[in-house]
Write a protein that binds this ligand. Structure first.
Ligand SMILES: NC(=O)c1ccc[n+]([C@@H]2O[C@H](COP(=O)([O-])OP(=O)(O)OC[C@H]3O[C@@H](n4cnc5c(N)ncnc54)[C@H](O)[C@@H]3O)[C@@H](O)[C@H]2O)c1
Length: 252
């Protein structure tokens, strides 16, 4: 069993709780205490009112499924308290100063920071970008306006630019653009479309390098309780946790 502390008891937190086959949830923390308390009743674990109490409990991994701000607020304390950190709100790493600081803290504490594939696939081999040049890396994301918290009657380009700028405007919608940038070792370009005719979260990845070209299209089913979040993202956390101790490592 993998012993985890759950930071964020929302949509993804609930899916983790629902499919916790090889996972023991030891402690739960949410800024809305009632959410942690409700989950503790069904999934077990201690619901904590304070983060300081949560992080002292006896578990090995913090699964962050809260927000970019939560990673900024608590990331360092997680590592300094001897826990590994699994991050879904990857947007926090768009700030290079914060990213370097947290990475150094992890190194000094001999802990790891894991970034799961989340709502996309293909992060594994994009890491070739650190060895052999990647000339183009573009993420085209299309979501229903409701997921983006806006209204429009027809397909509209609402952002075009760099990943680190896009995440500032849409911290709950384009975490994958920062994950792509981290994997490839170069900042991704982003086109974000709102389209009232789509009921999926669609991510298209265009990549060109010395190796050739990649095109990946992911049509994500939305999570039932949060249309901004793809169901695949929750499944990717579960997959990561399931394979942590597996001696046969596939696709890194
Ligand atoms: N990497 C990816 O591919 C990917 C995909 C989907 C979602 N995400 C990110 O994962 C996170 C969770 O997604 P979700 O759908 O479960 O969101 P959600 O809004 O349903 O749940 C988030 C929970 O975290 C809590 N929370 C937020 N900030 C907090 C803080 N500072 N301290 C403590 N608790 C806090 C909220 O109260 C809420 O209960 C979001 O940041 C989302 O953008 C990443």
């Amino acid at each position: 069993m993998v012993r985890i502390g759950l930071l964020g008891c929302g949509n993804i937190g609930h899916i983790i709780g629902q499919y916790r086959e090889n996972i023991e949830i030891i402690a739960l923390y949410d800024r809305v205490f009632q959410k942690a308390d409700d989950m503790a009743i069904t999934c077990g674990g201690i619901a904590c009112k304070e983060f300081e109490q949560f992080i002292k409990e006896d578990f090995d991994y913090v699964v962050e499924a809260a927000s970019v701000n939560a990673v900024r607020l608590f990331g360092k304390q997680v590592l300094l308290n001897g826990k590994h950190l699994i991050v879904l709100s990857v947007g926090a790493f768009s700030d290079p100063t914060f990213r370097d600081c947290l990475t150094e803290t992890a190194r000094a504490a001999n802990r790891k920071i894991y970034i799961p594939s989340g709502a996309i696939t293909g992060l594994d081999n994009l890491k070739v970008g650190r060895i052999s040049p990647i000339h183009k890396l573009l993420l085209r994301t299309t979501k229903n306006p409701v997921s983006l918290g806006i209204h429009c009657d027809e397909r509209r380009l609402i952002f075009q630019g760099k990943a680190n700028e896009c995440i500032k405007e849409f911290p709950r919608n384009v975490n994958v653009s920062v994950a792509l940038s981290l994997a490839a070792g170069r900042e991704a370009d982003v086109e974000l479309y709102a389209d009232p005719d789509v009921d999926r979260n669609v991510h298209e990845i265009f990549c060109e390098g010395d190796f050739g070209e990649i095109y990946i299209k992911i049509n994500n089913v939305q999570s039932p309780k949060n249309p901004a979040t793809s169901y695949l993202a929750a499944l990717s956390i579960l997959t990561l946790l399931k394979n942590l101790d597996n001696p046969l490592v596939v696709g890194t």
